[in-house]
Ligand binder design. Sequence first.
Ligand SMILES: Cc1ncc(COP(=O)(O)O)c(C=O)c1O
Length: 351
Amino acid sequence: MKNNQPKNAYKGGAEVFKGYVRLSSNENNYGPAKSVKSLIKQNIKFSNIYPELDGESLLNQIAKSYKINSKQIILGAGSDEVLQMIYAAFSRPNDEVIFTKYAFAMYSIYAKNFKCKVKLFDDKDFQFKLASLNKIISQKTKIIFLANPNNPTGSIFYKNELIKFLNKIKKTTLVVLDAAYCEYIKDHKYDDGMRLVKNYSNLIITRSFSKIFALGGLRIGWGYANSKIISQLYQYKKPFNVSRLSCIAAQESLKNKKWINESIKNNSVNKTLTCKQLNNKSFEIIDTKANFILLKFKNSIITQQFVDFLHLNKITVRSLSSYGLNNYVRMTIGTKTDMKKAILVANKFNV
Ligand SMILES: Cc1ncc(COP(=O)(O)O)c(C=O)c1O
């Protein structure tokens, strides 16, 4: 029962998962690495003990893995919580915030919670130029949220464009670069923004352990920026906000480079297979560089029929109607077995 949910509540992917092929929440269906699962098991017995206050051991591991200063990192219960801390620390009611019309839903949910004025950039063609977005920025813009690549549209921008964009933004406007899916992108023109933080005092990067690292259920993510910004975010961080098991799992995931590389490869191989073998005149396929693809239908009725048909066949995909994209479905790239089943069922869909 969800009778306590506010009107603007986040509409997640399907909650069912046992017995279902779950392609609705952009998770990594291969699950956490073996070493991660075994460490979680070994540490269950310490569940009575509070975690480290700020997750220091994980902060140190992130700092080591990415060659950055641990004082410039803050942990959150998912990168969602880091986004919330950004709003709490840097926005005041009526402040102007900017993001794209089809941006990740939490940007607008928090904007409502913190009573900010939203200015939307219309990314109706999905892929867009940052220079065009630049045109709607005003003297009053407090924060700009940009996911690169974006969920759900898959839009992406490259390093050169990002630098040109950042150069034009005044230092009192914060730019939040949400890199939840960055690990999937191996194109050398792409940049997750980490190395730009030293040159741009107004840049915050957010990162997630929910996607490639397969820890969505443990809720762990982080933010990276200059130490002044991070210390302001700490004012809004609860003590013990990230759990002991989440930190242990995240730490081990970072160490397991072989498993990360396998996950990148699995996504790429299974995505290529899916795009090649999905063959149904009811929809067009839109490929992305992340761990999902989009299916575009003729109208919203057929779109919903497709979602229902897959559900009936024990496959969950994400209708994008809550984003106002009524003719689109987002399909996460799962395991090879998942995708073979999804291809078989989706190709049988007949209107
Ligand atoms: C673009 C984007 N940013 C942030 C998040 C939130 O991820 P987390 O699970 O780390 O809170 C998601 C989750 O789907 C996402 O798609």
